[in-house]
Every structure is written in structure tokens, then in C-alpha cells.
Design a protein around this ligand. Structure first.
Ligand code: GAL
Length: 817
């Protein structure tokens, strides 16, 4: 390390906690238990409507559960039957109540003012057999919003406060091995955790795990690599735990395969002898010569297996996908992956999507990450909470860096435990390049309390994951006080003009933009409408604390020491309807709307974040009644020069300024606007035409082949064309959907931030208005292979039908590799 130059090296690689199931009865099994739950709303204020909870004295004796749904004898046959993931808030109608939190959460009536909608009960049977006896059994919840109390067979297992961090409970001592077992969860979403839509319910997966009494501990596998030239040393740390009720011994071994299962190396097995309730961590090394590195362009994943055996019997094993890669954060040159310096072209995202709220089928994680990649995004900030593991699996599989964030800056036992669970869960994913210990903690960020909280959390991070470092998202300009004094990578939320002075004053502290830009735009809208709550779809409007795309990106592009930044936000999300309130129910910050339809600013970022030939004209050219009026035409492109033509007449050629855009003032006449771009001597063109009336519906499924597993899904995007086949950008028709075949519609959306149409409807009733020419339907597969016909109709329009094939396959069709 040279003097005056801070270099933080990480030899990373890691992985996804995707355990592959071995068939042996004695080895680990991880079984998804998302199906066949019963659900009912309880009540946060009325004990009777909350099924006697709070009046039944359930804690006086262990297993006491009478007269509540906690009891295995409770009759839940009138409760609703559903499969997870489930978010009950997205099913509620909007309510306009003057309350900050309600507005910030998207005007869905949940929280302290709405006790009738704030408690949800879930029940499920788990069937076991005598063959399970003698093993350890555990249930894992990937995420429940929030304050979940969990019981099995009437016995209390615990309370997971976090709405984002998952939890595992050992259920071995309580279960019946010859039949039914009742798992019960009471979810209490009365308190919020954020200031954005959070949903409520068991909105991530639930797993039943079975493993030996001598086993790998929860979070007890840590894989990382050190790469020198063409040799990677893979370090595998396996923590083994003895719950046999006596002393136990065994052998711990590890091996690596490539993604096709070919063995690439193995480590000598190590003998372990553990006392009663003992734990030990075995450290092993495997060398890979000429490893195929994990990168954004080629996100190659190996598999590492840790195994605990007793002689020839495998007692436990855990297989994790991992990537071999290096990360270096340099205070002068920024971020390098595998020795190549790259700029962080990032976006912040919350976790909800159109139609489904926060209960996303895994498919949507891949859909969203793929959309971001096409735009040129290379990094995702999981603001402001631990993401679902499937999001990280998608980022590992598709090649996207992740800034992984804990919910709260706090060193209390509860929050340190959440932070510890987060790091142990996520430290093997190669996509995770940096931790974030908090966001805009205004009560403490410049105080000595803030500094102490940060130091305690940073020490925990280094203890559990010495291969990475952390940032903190500060809404402070050139301020070096409190948390900023001790944070290894200084994060800026907005205030980008403070970055250069800050860097000049603290040149050895790397800097990253944790929230940048923050233009507010409504897709396809070109005038402020304060009644409907719309803002123009151009890079011109931002809240006072933030700035435009063209304010921050040139600073990042021009300064090597600046790692880059994360735009606020990649997609619109429910809640935070800045700069308006009701009737707005979702944010306008997205580069794409809640469905993932691009707004015009998408093309600004795509121009400067990719090498694609971008040439995009806005606005649309349907301005009947505005003939002769001046229209502000924007062209986004990364060409050298662009010439614009209206109905064949040139409006002039202009040089494209780097990291900016071009504008022409054009007197409207219907017809066609054409842009001809020149780049390195080549030309290409884009055309925007005045269209006729809408004539026919077009359905565009993202995928035509979907797995028939009851979980897989596809987005079906809807547009309308005029009678010459041109998309009509102003159409707002109501489109009704129907299906034939084994599939269901799980939600609809259109990106209109003021739409109060429902996202969820009764089967058979699904319909949604187009918003500026587009809407979206999300279809989920059933279990029967075959054809599903999707039909869409609208009064006065030619209807559309597409077919989607449901197939039985063991191949992962999502792109998980
Ligand atoms: C930031 C905050 C984000 C979001 C954003 C809206 O201050 O960290 O969560 O609220 O403002 O502009």
C-alpha cells in the first residue's frame, strides 16, 4: 500500500445460499413450504376480532394455546387458502386520510390508524413421518412484514421483529413424527419500519429444513477467494455444530465443482470432535488454476460443497454457488473488479412491483434486474433494507453488483442480530461488493453517538466478513463529523456539489454517491398537472434536496476518484409521491415506472452507460389542436452529431454534448419527426410519427415458455396500435383479460402514479386501463403442462390473443445458472 493512498482489497467471490438437495436420507434437505397456507386478518385493537389473542393466557405454561388459532385444534376451514409469497396490503383499497405515514406508504390503510387491517394470521400443516425422527428440523422464513410471532403445535418459537431480515427456528423438540404439525404465524404490521411502501404478510419464501444433529450451523459456511495472476486460492470456512446431546465426532470435507458438476478440486477432510453443544470452524483451502472469473459480463458461478461425514455416511452438506473475483476500492482510481476499473452506474430500488406489491414471484427479480442491465446499470442498492435472497441470486446470475444494506444504524442486540444475520446470509454472494450500515440517520449522523454506533457495526462487519468494507448514506455535503469520520467509504445522498470539496479535504477516503439525481417524471406526460399529480417526463424537475441526472452524472464521469453512484431510483415504487400527495399513490422518482416501462430519462442513462447506438426522440408527436405551437423536442443519444427533420425539412444538425442531450424548439405540425445520428462516420435514425386512433391490442409476453411448477410467472405487456401498426402513445383504454389453461393472473398495473384501480381482483374480473399507451398483466403458471391462451379485449378495439407454453422441466428458465 503506498503512503497517502487508501486501498481496500477484497478477494471475493461468493455466493448464494442455494443448497442443492442430495437424495440421501441422512443428508440435508431444504423443502419449500409456500403452498397451502390458511390466512385471516386479525385485529390490532380488538382481542375478540383477533381470535382472543391478548386475552388468552398463552404464556403461563409451555404449549398452552387453547381458544386461539395457535392451538392445533383451531378450526381454520373458513380462512382463505393461499400460497406464498403473500402481501395483504396490495389487496386493500386506497384511502385518502391526511396522515404523513399513510401518504409515505402509498395510501393503503395499514398501520396504527387501521387496526382492522394490520394483523394477519397464517396457519399451515407440516406433515412428517417416522423417518424424520432422529434428525433436526427447522423452519426458515426469508422475510415477513413484520413483528412475526411463530408457534408450532402450540409451542412458542420466537418473535422476529424485522420486516426484512429472515429467521430460522429449530422445531425438533415440538413435532409429531407420525403426522400433522401446525405452524402458526401472527404478523403485526401496526408499526412501520420505513417511509415507503412496505406491504404486510409472509411476502417471501418459507422453508422446512431437515439435517443431522451434527451439522453445519445456520450461516456457517463462508467462502472467499484470493486471486493472484492465474491462480485462485479458495478459502472455505465451515462451522460445525453438535446437537447430538453428547460428544460427537466426524470429518469435514469440501470440494468445488464447475457449474456443470465437474469436480475442480477438493480439500483434505479434517477430523472434528465436538463436546456437548460444541461448535468449531474448520478452515480449508482449494486451489483453482486459471479460474473462470465472475464478472458483470460473464457472471460465472462455481459450486462449493461443505460436507460433514461419519466414515462413509454423509451427515450434512451445504452447496453454495460462488464466484471467483477480486474487488479493490482505491481512493484515486475508484472501484476495480478483477483488476479493471469501472464506474458504479447504480440505481436504488425498493422491492415492490406493479400488481403484486412486495410479494414478487422469483421471476420478477430476474425481470427487473434484466431491465436494469439493458439500460446499462451495473449496481443495485437494496435501499433501505435486506433484500430477498432471490434478488441476490438474480444479481449473481445476471452480473449485477449489490450494495447490501441493513435497516437501521443501531448497535442494540436486536439490530446487531439483524446485521449479523444479514452478513452471514449474504457474504457468499459475489454480487455483494459493499455493505451499507445505515441511511440518513439525522438524529445521530454528526454526533459522537453516531460515531460509536458506526464503529461497533463496522467492527462486527470486519469480524464476520473481512473481505469487504462498508459505507453509510449521509445526507450531508462537505461535513466530516460523527459517522463520516470513521466510515471507510464516504456515501453522499445528493449534495453532489459537496463531493469535490470533500474529496479535496479528505483525499484518502473513497467516495460513492449512495443517492444521486432524483429527477421526478411521469411516463408519457409533458405538462405539470397538479390536480392529477403529474410531472413532465423530462430531466427538469427535482425536489429541493436532490438534483437532475445531468447535474450529478458528469461529476461522476469526470472524476476517477469518485466510485460512481446510485440514482434515486431505478423503478417507481409505491408511496413517497413527491412532489405531490393524493391523488398520487406512488413515487415518480423511477427511471422506469412501477411496471418497468422506460421513461425518457432512461435513454439519457442508456446513452452514457452503454455502448449501444442510442437515439431517442421525445415527446410523442400526437398533439392535435396544438398546430403551430412550439414543442420542446429532446433527443437522447450517444452519437457525435444529430440532425432533426420535420416532415422531411431539416431543423438543423447539432453536436451532441458528452453526458448531456440535445433540444430543438419545433412548431408542431402532424407528420413525422426524424433524427439522423452520426457516430464514428456511421449513421442511424429514429422516427416519431403522429399516429391514428387506437385500432388493435397487442400483447407482448416477456416469455412464451414458463415452468409448470405453480410458481413461475411472466409479465405480459399490453400496447395498442393504430391501423398502420404504430403504437398509440396517448391511448388510455380499459383492457379486460381472460385466460384459458392452467395459469392465473396475479396482478395488473399501468405506471399511472394516480391510478386508484385495484392491482388485485377476483379471478375472472381482471382488467386495467392503459396509461399513455401501456399496461401490464402478471401471469403465474399452474402445475399442469400445456398451452395457456391469454385474451385481451377492449370496447372498440380489435382484441388480442397470445399463447404461453407451460412445460415441466428441471432447467431453470429464469437464468439462474
Ligand atoms: C432520501 C431518502 C430516500 C427517499 C428519498 C426521496 O432522503 O434516503 O429513502 O426518501 O430521499 O427523495
Amino acid at each position: 500500500m503506498t503512503k497517502g493512498c487508501t486501498k481496500i482489497y477484497f478477494f471475493i467471490f461468493l455466493l448464494t445460499i442455494s443448497s442443492e438437495l442430495l437424495a440421501q436420507r441422512s443428508s440435508r434437505e431444504r423443502i419449500n413450504i409456500d403452498t397451502d397456507w390458511r390466512f385471516a386478518l386479525g385485529h390490532a385493537a380488538d382481542p375478540v376480532q383477533d381470535f382472543n389473542f391478548k386475552v388468552a393466557n398463552i404464556f403461563s405454561k409451555t404449549g398452552k394455546a387453547e381458544d386461539t388459532p395457535i392451538s392445533p385444534k383451531f378450526n381454520d376451514s373458513t380462512w382463505r387458502q393461499l400460497d406464498l409469497p403473500h402481501d395483504w396490503v396490495v389487496e386493500l383499497p386506497f384511502e385518502n386520510v391526511d396522515n404523513f405515514d399513510l401518504m409515505a406508504h402509498g395510501y393503503r390503510p395499514v398501520g396504527g390508524l387501521f387496526p382492522e387491517n394490520s394483523v394477519g394470521w397464517y396457519r399451515r400443516n407440516i406433515e412428517l413421518t417416522k423417518a424424520d425422527s432422529g434428525r433436526r428440523l427447522a423452519v426458515t422464513f426469508d422475510g415477513v412484514f413484520r413483528d412475526a410471532m411463530v408457534w408450532i403445535n402450540g409451542f412458542y418459537l420466537g418473535n422476529n421483529e424485522s420486516g426484512y431480515m429472515g429467521v430460522t427456528y429449530d422445531i425438533t423438540d415440538y413435532v409429531n413424527f407420525d403426522g400433522n404439525n401446525t405452524l402458526v404465524v401472527r404478523v403485526d404490521a401496526t408499526q412501520a419500519e420505513g417511509w415507503f411502501y412496505e406491504g404486510a404478510g409472509i411476502y417471501r419464501h418459507v422453508w422446512l429444513q431437515k439435517y443431522d444433529n451434527l451439522h453445519i450451523a445456520e450461516g456457517g459456511q463462508f467462502v472467499y477467494a484470493e486471486v493472484k495472476e492465474n491462480v485462485a486460492k479458495i478459502f472455505i470456512e465451515t462451522t460445525v455444530e453438535n446437537q447430538t446431546l453428547g460428544n460427537a465426532s466426524g470429518q469435514v470435507s469440501a470440494f468445488i465443482t464447475d457449474r456443470d458438476g465437474k469436480k475442480m478440486g477438493s480439500a483434505k477432510s479434517v477430523e472434528v470432535t465436538l463436546a456437548l453443544n460444541g461448535q468449531t470452524t474448520v478452515k480449508q483451502e482449494i486451489v483453482l488454476t486459471d479460474p473462470r472469473l465472475w464478472s458483470l459480463e460473464d457472471p460465472y458461478l462455481y459450486r462449493v460443497t461443505s460436507q460433514v461425514s461419519n466414515g462413509s455416511t454423509i451427515l450434512d452438506h451445504l452447496t453454495t454457488r460462488f464466484g471467483v473475483r477480486t474487488i479493490l476500492i482505491d481512493d484515486k482510481k475508484g472501484l476495480s473488479i478483477n483488476g479493471k476499473f469501472i464506474k458504479v452506474q447504480g440505481v436504488n430500488c425498493h422491492q415492490d412491483h406493479a400488481g403484486v406489491g412486495s410479494a414478487l414471484p422469483d421471476y420478477l427479480q430476474y425481470y427487473r434486474i434484466q431491465l436494469l442491465k439493458e439500460m446499462g446499470v451495473n449496481a443495485y442498492r437494496a435501499s433501505h433494507n435486506p433484500p430477498t435472497p432471490e434478488l441476490l441470486e438474480a444479481c449473481d446470475s445476471l452480473g449485477m453488483l449489490v450494495l447490501d444494506e441493513t435497516r437501521l444504524l443501531n448497535s442494540s442486540p436486536e439490530h446487531m442480530d439483524q446485521f449479523e444475520r444479514l452478513i452471514k446470509r449474504d457474504r457468499n454472494y459475489p454480487s455483494v461488493f459493499l455493505w451499507c450500515i445505515g441511511n440518513e440517520e439525522g438524529y445521530v449522523q454528526t454526533t459522537s453517538v453516531g460515531k460509536r454506533l458506526a464503529l461497533t457495526m463496522l467492527a462486527k462487519q470486519r469480524e464476520l466478513d473481512p473481505t469487504r468494507t462498508s459505507t453509510y448514506a449521509a445526507d450531508l455535503a462537505n461535513v466530516f463529523k460523527g459517522i463520516n469520520e470513521v466510515i471507510p467509504v464516504r456515501g453522499f445522498n445528493y449534495r453532489e456539489k459537496g463531493m469535490v470539496p470533500y474529496h479535496n479535504d479528505h483525499p484518502t477516503q473513497p467516495v460513492i454517491g449512495t443517492e444521486m439525481g432524483s429527477t421526478v417524471t411521469t411516463r408519457g406526460i409533458y405538462e405539470v398537472d397538479s390536480v392529477k399529480g403529474y410531472v413532465p417526463d423530462q430531466d427538469i424537475t427535482h425536489p429541493w434536496w436532490a438534483s437532475l441526472a445531468e447535474d450529478w452524472w458528469p461529476i461522476a464521469a469526470d472524476n476517477d476518484w469518485l466510485l460512481g453512484g446510485f440514482v434515486w431510483t431505478g423503478f417507481d415504487y409505491r408511496g413517497e409521491p413527491t412532489p405531490f400527495q393524493w391523488p398520487n399513490i406512488n413515487s415518480h422518482f423511477g427511471i422506469m415506472d412501477v411496471c418497468g416501462f422506460p421513461k425518457n430519462i432512461y435513454y439519457y442513462y442508456q446513452s452514457w452507460w452503454t455502448d449501444k447506438d442510442v437515439l431517442h426522440i421525445s415527446p410523442h408527436w400526437n398533439w392535435a389542436g396544438k398546430e403551430g405551437e412550439i414543442i420542446d423536442v429532446w433527443v437522447n443519444s450517444n452519437a457525435d452529431e444529430v440532425e432533426l427533420f420535420l416532415n422531411g425539412k431539416t431543423l438543423g444538425k447539432k453536436v451532441m454534448p458528452r453526458n448531456s442531450h440535445l433540444q430543438w424548439q419545433v412548431a408542431y405540425e402532424p407528420g413525422s419527426l426524424k433524427a439522423i445520428a452520426t457516430k464514428n462516420g456511421r449513421t442511424y435514425e429514429a422516427v416519431m410519427e403522429t399516429t391514428g386512433e387506437a385500432h388493435q391490442i397487442v400483447l407482448t409476453p416477456d416469455r412464451n415458455i414458463v415452468t409448470a411448477d405453480g410458481k413461475d410467472a411472466t409479465v405480459v405487456n399490453v400496447t395498442v396500435l393504430d391501423n398502420r401498426g404504430r403504437e398509440v402513445p396517448t391511448a388510455n383504454h380499459l383492457v379486460a383479460f381472460s385466460l384459458e389453461g392452467d395459469a392465473s393472473i396475479i396482478g395488473v398495473g399501468n405506471g399511472d402514479p394516480s391510478s386508484h384501480e385495484p392491482d388485485k381482483m377476483d379471478v375472472g374480473d381482471y382488467r386495467r386501463s392503459l396509461f399513455n399507451g401501456k399496461c401490464q398483466m402478471i401471469l403465474q403458471a399452474g402445475n399442469d403442462p400445456g398451452k395457456v391462451m391469454v385474451n385481451a379485449t377492449s370496447a372498440g378495439l380489435k382484441s388480442a390473443t397470445v399463447s404461453i407454453q407451460l412445460v415441466k422441466t428441471n432447467n431453470n428458465l429464469l437464468g439462474k445458472r
